[in-house]
Design a protein around this ligand. Structure first.
Ligand SMILES: [Ca+2]
Ligand SMILES: [Ca+2]
Ligand SMILES: [Ca+2]
Ligand SMILES: [Ca+2]
Length: 521
């Protein structure tokens, strides 16, 4: 039983060291997720329950837990790794709440008063009300805005500039009573500051400060099922790093944890989990999604992927004794015995495990490999060749979800959503890593392209709608790629088609670079 195993881990972790994470929920759209200030996210180690619930208040969840893996080498090739794994036998975390103190003031009352709970939440509505009222006589700044961790106390060796804010008078000081306000993205955001220096389980930490902003939009489209993450990593050590790797380690549990599959799509920078069979049963500890289980993915908007894939038990066999080395090897596409990951179709080394589409039979997926469904964990990783001291690496991610059809349709939809978000990002959408100030307090700049097919499965009559897609033709192809239908769609945004004469089966509808899978039955 998953839950009991995890509770044992929590007891071990707590007895090994007394750090207590502070938890904060983010639940402003159809997702309710739990965040903490010890390098973890989407989990609750104290209760042993999954922490990424979707739909909100359903008791159903797609991710059990997540954590950061950061690693790099110095000029001599020495390895530095700060990586957390929730079940790594008593030292599950490599991060502790709060910013780096260059004077090692971590145990002072001033530091612990400020950063005992190194996690903050503020909403767009609170900021708008603050903007409207800040100049009024007798106005009291609300706590969520007053407590924003914008400036660090330099007398404690903390950086002067921490969380981003709109600085109306440009003096570098956060003065909410003068109208300054937090620079967030989304309708609500949770901001977390952690470092890998104040807690050192093994002494080869990087000396980095990690700023994580998780944010959500409340919308009528798929963004309502999306959580965004911006990570800003500050190198506050006295070393220049090479081959910096940043990984997100995710224990997907798609409802019932024991019947899942995982795959990746390097082109769309995506790692995703889907159910390994058509029905997600409940088990004693976790409600299952039942029929038509969803697909849950995570993609990196800012960076191409360095590696991604499913992590099997044999890969992390060495984790409890040499976890840092194993995490580093995995981020580099190697097993814990240093052998390289292999693609069985090409018989060559690969950084991407199961990089095929499970809808396409001649690609490498857990479906085409006839794998037995089971408990799955995955990792996706990006890299920067150079990470000098006093510099920052910024990365934008999105956690995307779909449950509009059967389990494999949902995989295709998650791939399509990822493609739409990447298009939006690469055409200069309003994302934190792309801008010095990103709080324009409107959502209109975030309107990704979409192609919607209804109904699906279909008996032949299909209604299609799309927006922001520039293309001259709509095409329908078989799974083998044969063209069976084409239509000119210039200056259109919707059409009705009838393919009831075609043989029953799976088809792909394509407009420009956007593709949807439709089942004809
Ligand atoms: Ca100011
Ligand atoms: Ca499942
Ligand atoms: Ca099942
Ligand atoms: Ca799992």
């Amino acid at each position: 039983m998953k839950i009991i195993q995890t509770l044992c881990c929590v007891v071990l972790a707590c007895s090994a060291w007394a750090q207590q994470p502070t938890y904060m929920p983010l639940d402003h759209n159809n997702v309710s997720c739990l965040l903490d200030d010890e390098g973890g996210f989407f989990n609750n180690l104290q209760s042993g329950l999954a922490g990424y619930e979707i739909p909100k208040n359903s008791g159903l969840s797609t991710i059990f837990s997540g954590s950061y893996w950061m690693g790099a080498q110095d000029v001599n090739g020495t390895l530095y790794v700060s990586a957390a794994k929730y079940s790594a036998g008593g030292s599950w975390s490599a991060f502790h709440g709060g910013p780096i103190s260059t004077t090692q003031a971590y145990n002072t009352l001033a530091y612990s008063n400020e950063y005992q709970d190194a996690i903050w939440k503020v909403s767009k509505a609170e900021i708008l009300a603050h903007q409207a009222n800040a100049q009024n006589l007798g106005y009291v700044v609300p706590a969520a805005i007053a407590n924003w961790p914008a400036n660090g106390d330099v007398s404690l060796g903390i950086a002067a500039q921490l969380a981003p804010f709109i600085d109306l008078n440009g003096n570098g000081l956060y003065e909410p009573s003068q109208g300054d306000y937090p620079d967030i993205r989304g309708d609500e955001a949770v901001y977390v500051i952690t470092n890998d220096e104040s807690y050192q389980p093994d002494g080869n930490q990087l000396g980095i400060e990690v700023h994580a902003m998780f944010y959500q939009f409340q919308t009528a489209n798929y963004l309502n099922n999306t959580t965004f993450l911006t990570l800003r990593v500050y190198n506050r050590s006295n070393r220049t790093y090479y081959n910096f790797h940043e990984g997100l380690y995710l224990d997907f549990d798609l409802g019932n944890y024991s019947d899942d599959h995982v795959g990746c799509d390097p082109y769309n920078r995506l790692l995703y989990a889907y159910n390994g069979d058509d029905f997600d049963e409940s088990d004693g500890g976790q409600i299952g999604y039942g029929a038509n289980p969803p697909c849950q993915g995570v993609l990196c908007l800012s960076h191409p992927l360095e590696s991604a894939g499913i992590l099997t038990g044999s890969m992390d066999a060495g984790m409890n004794t040499s976890f840092d080395t194993t995490a580093w090897l995995l981020m580099n596409g190697q097993n814990s015995d240093s052998s390289y990951w292999m693609n069985p179709l090409t018989n060559t080394a690969t950084q991407f495990l199961y990089d095929g589409n499970p809808n396409l039979p001649n690609t490498w997926s857990e479906v085409s490999s006839n794998n037995s469904p089971g408990d799955r964990r995955g990792m996706l990783c990006i890299s920067e060749a150079l990470f000098p001291q006093n510099s920052t690496v910024c990365s934008d991610y999105a956690f995307v979800y779909d449950r509009s059809g059967d389990r494999l349709n949902n995989v295709q939809q998650v791939i399509n959503i990822s493609g739409a978000l990447l298009n939006s990002y690469q055409s200069g959408g309003n994302y934190p890593c792309l801008a010095t100030a990103f709080n324009d307090l409107t959502d209109e700049s975030l309107l990704p392209n979409q192609l919607v097919v209804h109904p699906n499965p279909s008996h032949g009559k299909i209604h299609l709608t799309w927006n922001n897609i520039q293309a001259e033709h709509l095409e329908i192809r078989t799974m083998q790629g044969a063209l069976v239908y084409a239509e000119s769609i210039e200056n259109m945004s919707a059409t009705d088609i009838d393919i009831s004469e075609l043989p029953r089966g799976i088809y792909f509808i394509q407009i420009g670079t956007h593709m949807q899978r439709v089942i004809l039955d």
